[in-house]
Unconditional design. Structure first.
Length: 114
């Protein structure tokens, strides 16, 4: 897991650019190709899914863990963003992951009701 990094997103005329400490984030389409048109945020769709996957792969440094959590990260962290520019610090991502793991542990063994 990375520490003391900042992810920044900027939506401009040419599309959306996301960086981690100033370095452009790779889209990781080789894992899942949700959005051939690139990253997005502010809704639950293919662009935010691709961004969530890319951010978690980069942050966690573990593709399998990123694949496990990226859809929830998209819904919780990226879909609500309403601005053209944003920043998310590593501390925020660490807290989100801890919260998700705690939820997962609490729900372990519980069967869904149908």
């Amino acid at each position: 897991m990375k520490h003391n990094v900042v992810y920044k997103g900027v939506r401009g005329a040419a599309g959306c650019l996301v960086t981690c400490d100033g370095v452009e984030l790779q889209d990781r389409r080789e894992l899942r190709n949700h959005s051939p048109t690139g990253f997005e945020w502010g809704f639950n769709g293919s662009g935010p899914a691709q961004l969530a996957l890319a951010m978690l792969c980069d942050f966690l440094q573990d593709d399998n863990k990123a694949l496990q959590f990226y859809e929830e990260f998209k819904t919780d962290m990226l879909a609500p963003i309403g601005q053209a520019t944003w920043t998310i610090k590593s501390e925020t991502m660490t807290e989100w992951i801890r919260h998700r793991l705690k939820q997962q542990k609490a729900n372990a063994g519980k069967s869904p009701l149908f």
